[in-house]
Design a protein around this ligand. Sequence first.
Ligand code: 1GP
Length: 254
Amino acid sequence: MRRGGNVEEYVLDVRKKRGIVIFGLIDPDPLKVDISKDAIRKCISTDIDVFLVGGSSLVDQYHVDSMIEEIRAQSEKPIVLFPGNVNGLSPKADAVLFILLLNSDDPYYIVGAQILGAPLIHRYGLEVFPTAYIVLFSDSAVAHVGRARGIPPNKPELISMYALAANMFGSRFMYLEGGSGTSTHVPGGIVEEARKSFNGFLMVGGGLRDISSIGEVIASGADGIVLGTVLEAFDLEDLGELIMAARNVGKGRD
Ligand code: 1GP
């Protein structure tokens, strides 16, 4: 059942009550349907807060729709699209990260795809999360596809330029992306610098697979973390422990 325009409120409320919002990223790649269905079941058993659907280049709307139906049949949690392109949109979701890939060199990823997607989003009645998206590491698939210029990890001051611009563009969400499956996560110094300048909800993802990296990004100011690879790679017990540890770090935050 569609939630009808209150997902952002729900996300902010979870942040307030639980200290951290945990996003489970489900990949609608048609070549790994069983793995993604298994990841959905693990997300439900381990109590993630929000489903993100997308993130991969290998998608078509049929598989996005069917992953959403799979989630809906088992969970009431909100489903937010994380489209890598216009083909990642679906009328069955609750909301969409309306992504501005701020450090792309290609106008298509800054404004082109958004213009093509806007009429569909409007017609589908999806709730929109205006999201400034910054891809940190240039050796990731998302950087390659989105032609993103990487940000040197030892130059955290550069991120504040993006964070200030994100505010000025009116973005209510900012997503610092390391890249799926990356060996290093977004460093705490970068998260801290973004936190100082960005006024909205700060998400961090990519390469978060142990409590030390998760603890570091939460302590540095992340409001939400995105988990993708661990949902597929970890068994239910290890994933449950990791998520419980993340919840403990989030407890008692302002
Ligand atoms: C990718 O940030 C997400 O867009 C999740 O990354 O697969 O490394 O968890 P992982």
